[in-house]
Design a protein around this ligand. Sequence first.
Ligand SMILES: [Fe+2]
Ligand SMILES: [Fe+2]
Length: 250
Amino acid sequence: METKINEIADGIYRLSTFVPDIAPPAGFTFNQFLVLGDEPLMFHTGLRRMFALNRDALARIIPPEKLRWIAYGHFEADECGAMNEWLAVAPQAQAAHGQTGCMVSLNDFADRQPRILADGDVIDIGGKRLRFIDTPHTPHGWDAGVMYEETTGTLLCGDLFTQLGNDKVMTDGDVVGPAIAAEDVFRYSALNPAMGRTIRSLAGLNPRTLALMHGPSFHGDGAAALSALADDYDRRVTGALRDTLLPHAA
Ligand SMILES: [Fe+2]
Ligand SMILES: [Fe+2]
């Protein structure tokens, strides 16, 4: 396996590792995002077992010990499994996550005390500003959240829009259809009644770039893509409720 590096927005680098054995024959990507500034921030740590790959990739951009912030979407091995390995190589680095995530996992899991982010809090890294937004249970995880980089209009989506395959680094094409297809395969989302509303609220940011953890980065009308994804989850949630409740109604 190798980790490829691409700049997907000004000063934002995608570190991507393709694993052909997951969901073959399409395969599956794991992407971390390095946001450069006076205090560089990485969104997702990558899997613990991929740490060496990701460290060596990051070292081609900045010395790993310069990393200052480590944030992620929710507590899972691909999002934060290598947290303590990164904290060990970057002595100034601090983990940052939402209130729920720190309370239920990170306060215990991280080898150093994390910074607790309230919904809407901004980390100003000097040259870039990253806003944390709570998205509980969306697409999964009580502690789930995303980050929005305000100067480039980049939404660090985490698992939202997850798709299979590795045919593109960046796309201005459809990211909603492939995400719907991947949801049909993996059933990875915690369907909940607030889900459509939560995703639709992100459309209000009008992001120009969507940085997918599992898939290409998207340039274009981020609001339209988020609204369409929200519509599809509304359809799923409504369908699931109908299938569950109606057979027993009256
Ligand atoms: Fe996840
Ligand atoms: Fe993920």
